[in-house]
Each structure stands twice: as structure tokens, then as C-alpha cells.
Design a protein around this ligand. Structure first.
Ligand SMILES: Nc1ncnc2c1ncn2[C@@H]1O[C@H](COP(=O)(O)OP(=O)(O)O)[C@@H](O)[C@H]1O
Ligand SMILES: [Mg+2]
Length: 428
């Protein structure tokens, strides 16, 4: 098949999917991009199709009816639910890991055993399904200690416990099924690591891969990285935190052993491997894997791509060898996430959003948690409402554009962090 006039279907409804759709749409190989289900903001730019992303049969039907050439699955839920397997079973090309590969995100307990088996650096841990042995293990742990629900928990399943009592309560609440349902029926108890976090995105096809620029997210809701954990308040790329030489050493100690290990386990990993790292005084340690692009990291990584993304997605989806290298722009990108005040706890919804035009050059609005009211206005509908992205020659330029754009966007409870990138700006 010659790759032209392609129809691409992006699955998901957040900022990541809006960015993926935009970048795919820029490809000269692509004729049409559809998003399922998308959101009201994405619908201003792309055709959106109704879909419950956990419904594989409906997804297969949509792809067939619309003669889709490539399905790009954004979120972890459909990946862990076998969406790619269902599409591949009927001969539809899909970007993302199959269900076996998606276990790296779907089960933290599986991942910890995998990391231990292949001697990939990670925090010391124990996996438990029963309360008594978990409490016994906890009693011997140093504080703070980290308790994680093994299954998918939409970024809410990790507790950093300062006291033994807090850790014991977390373990009991999880294992009883009270706090995270089935996702908490197995827990990982983990050593607390100190250091700076960063993430590495790879587009993989079995043991071959290309790496994307290293990025840094800001998980805490408050300035100076204070307050509760969120899905991510902003991100930038690239970061000086990781030099070329450091990246090479991570490839040797982490990336290649991971992909080789997966192969030994019979997993031909295709799609995005997101490696969450903690850079500790004893070297980098894997905090977690995700099996899809990060959100909001996607919003800052993909604008830096000089080469066309679509051939990379196709090569991975077909299981062919990835190219040796990919070109990135000599530029920086920043996204500032505009949230509804109150998030990650209760927050107001249905507030009309206005965006003053024209947008600053080099900036773009990425729609995440938005809907539409009865007057057809775009309104807030989630905690993370939209992303203000700036791309420029330097991180300072990118920051100025992202923040200038964020001032052109208004809704009543708009909240944002004013210090995205603060660690990078304080580096020599
Ligand atoms: N062992 C650890 N030591 C210190 N902090 C941790 C540890 N594990 C996780 N964290 C913190 O918790 C956050 C969420 O944990 P993670 O394993 O990435 O789960 P998820 O993203 O699925 O919620 C991490 O980004 C990190 O800030
Ligand atoms: Mg994480």
C-alpha cells in the first residue's frame, strides 16, 4: 500500500488527542483526521464521532464504516482493554501496544516484577494481595513509604505516606476494594525515592525505537510544587536536566533491557513507551511505565518534531524497524494547563470560555476538559480545561508565548500555575 490520502482516527477526548490530531493533520500523507469521541473544542477543527472508548466492537465498526487507514489510540484504558488487538484481528492498522504490552501500565505489580527480573533500576518494593503480609512488610519499611494501587487509577492511585498508620490505612482501604475497586486489589509498597522527575518518550517497534526530547511535567497543583497531585499542570521540553551522554547511559541501563526483556516475555511492544524516571543520587530509577503519550507532555514534545510523525506511527503499527534517528527542531515548547479552581478536588463546570483573537504567533490552544452548552458555546467540563502551548527558539520565548496566550483565555474559575519551567530556569 502506498501511504497517501490516509484517513486517521484518533481515539480519546483530551489534550493529548487534540495534539495528536493536529500533528497528524499536518502530514502530507494524510487526507482526513477524525477523533472519537473528541470534545466540543476538538469538534471545531475535526470531525468527531461518538464512542465509548472501552467498547472495542464499536471502535472496530467506526474504523470500518469510515474506511480508516490507521487508528491512533491515545488513552491507557482502551489499550489495556485490548483495543489494538480487536482492530488488528480484523486487519485494521492501529498505533499502540496490544493488551499484553499494555500490562506495563495496567499492572504496576507486573511491572515491578518485570523490572526486578531484568535488573532494571527501580525502587525496592513488595507486591501484596493480602492485608496481613502487607502490614508485616510495612512495619519494616522506612518512612515515608509509597503505597500504590496496582491497577489503573487515573493518576490517583499513589499515596506517599508519612506515617506507618497512614500507610496501613492506605493498604487496608485498597486491598478491601474500598478505595480503588479492582484496581486496588493488589498493591505495591515501595521505597520512597528522592530526586528530580523527568520522562522519556519512545516510539517503539519491538526492540527498535526512536526517542523523543526529554520533558518535565508539573504534577502538583500549587506553585513551587506544593499541594495535591494532579494529572499535570504544565510541561516543557526539552530539558537540560538530561544531557546527551546521560540519555545514552539510560538507553543502555533502562531502555534496551526493557525492550529486550519484553521480547523474552513474548511481547512485541509497539507504540509509545513512556518511562517515568526519578533521578536519584544513586542514578536513574524507573518510577513507572506508561504505554501511551503523556498528557500534557504530548503537547510540548510533538510541536518539536521536525520530521513527519505519521510515518513513525505507521512503521510502529506495522511492526517494521524504526528509523535510526528522527529530526527535532532547535526549539523549546511549554504548555500551561488552565484548570477550574478547586481541581483536583471539587470544581465548578459549565463556565463559558472566551478566547481573544488573534493568538500570539507560535502559540496554540489545546482543548481538554470542555463541552458545549445549549447556546453552542464552549464551556468548561473538566478539571484540566485547556492547554496554552507556546513554541519558540528558547524556553523563555516558549514561556512568554504560552503565558501570553493563557491571558487571552477567560472563564470564571480559571486557575493556572505561574511557575511552569521553574526548575529549568534555575539550572545553570
Ligand atoms: N517510589 C517513589 N518515590 C517517590 N515518589 C514517588 C514514588 N513513586 C511514585 N512517586 C510519585 O508519585 C507520582 C505518581 O506515581 P506513578 O508511579 O507515576 O503513578 P501514576 O502516574 O500511575 O499515578 C510520581 O510522579 C511521583 O511524583
Ligand atoms: Mg505517573
Amino acid at each position: 500500500m502506498q501511504d497517501k490520502n490516509l484517513k486517521i482516527l484518533v481515539v480519546g477526548s483530551g489534550g493529548r488527542e487534540h495534539t495528536l490530531a493536529k500533528v497528524c493533520h499536518q502530514s502530507p500523507l494524510v487526507d482526513q483526521v477524525m477523533v472519537a469521541p473528541g470534545n466540543a473544542g476538538i469538534a471545531q477543527e475535526f470531525n468527531t464521532l461518538a464512542l465509548d472508548v472501552a467498547d472495542n466492537q464499536k471502535l472496530v465498526e467506526l474504523a470500518k464504516v469510515n474506511s480508516v487507514d490507521l487508528v491512533v489510540v491515545g488513552p491507557e484504558v482502551p489499550l489495556c482493554n485490548g483495543a489494538v488487538d480487536a482492530l488488528n484481528d480484523v486487519g485494521i492498522l492501529a498505533y499502540g501496544p496490544d493488551k499484553a504490552g499494555a500490562q506495563l501500565e495496567g499492572s504496576k505489580a507486573y511491572t515491578k516484577d518485570f523490572l526486578a527480573k531484568y535488573k532494571i533500576p527501580t525502587a525496592d518494593y513488595g507486591n501484596f494481595t493480602e492485608i496481613a503480609p502487607a502490614l508485616e512488610y510495612l512495619a519494616a519499611c522506612n518512612l515515608p513509604v509509597v503505597v500504590k494501587a496496582s491497577g489503573l487509577a487515573a493518576g490517583k492511585g499513589v499515596l506517599i505516606c508519612l506515617s506507618l498508620e497512614e500507610a496501613e490505612d492506605a493498604v487496608k482501604d485498597m486491598l478491601s476494594g474500598d478505595s480503588f475497586g479492582d484496581s486496588g486489589k493488589e498493591v505495591v509498597i515501595e521505597e520512597f525515592l528522592e530526586g528530580e522527575e523527568t520522562s522519556l518518550h519512545l516510539v517503539c517497534s519491538g526492540e527498535s525505537y526512536v526517542s523523543m526530547p526529554m520533558s518535565q511535567d508539573h504534577k502538583k497543583v500549587g506553585e513551587g510544587d506544593s499541594g495535591l497531585n494532579t494529572g499535570g499542570m504544565g510541561a516543557y521540553a526539552p530539558t537540560k536536566l538530561v544531557t546527551e551522554d546521560m540519555l545514552k547511559s539510560y538507553e543502555k541501563s533502562i531502555v534496551r533491557p526493557t525492550l529486550a526483556g519484553l521480547k523474552s516475555e513474548g511481547v512485541n511492544f509497539r507504540g509509545t513507551l513512556y518511562i517515568g524516571l526519578m533521578l536519584t543520587s544513586k542514578g536513574p530509577k524507573v518510577l513507572e511505565f506508561n504505554v501511551r503519550f503523556g498528557d500534557p507532555e504530548t503537547q510540548v514534545i510533538l510541536p518539536l518534531l521536525e520530521d513527519d510523525l505519521v510515518p513513525l506511527l505507521l512503521t510502529s503499527a506495522r511492526g517494521e524497524s524504526m528509523p535510526n534517528r528522527v529530526k527535532f527542531k532547535e526549539a523549546s515548547s511549554m504548555v500551561v494547563v488552565l484548570t477550574s479552581a478547586g481541581y483536583p478536588e471539587a470544581y465548578p463546570k459549565n463556565e463559558p470560555i472566551s478566547i481573544r483573537q488573534p493568538l500570539p504567533e507560535g502559540s496554540e490552544v489545546i482543548f481538554a476538559g470542555v463541552g458545549e452548552n445549549e447556546n453552542g458555546e464552549i464551556v468548561s467540563a473538566g478539571g484540566r480545561v485547556l492547554g496554552a502551548v507556546g513554541t519558540g527558539a528558547t524556553l523563555q520565548d516558549a514561556k512568554e508565548k504560552a503565558y501570553a496566550l493563557s491571558e487571552q483565555i477567560e472563564f470564571e474559575s480559571k486557575y493556572l500555575r505561574k511557575d511552569i519551567g521553574h526548575r529549568e530556569f534555575s539550572r545553570a
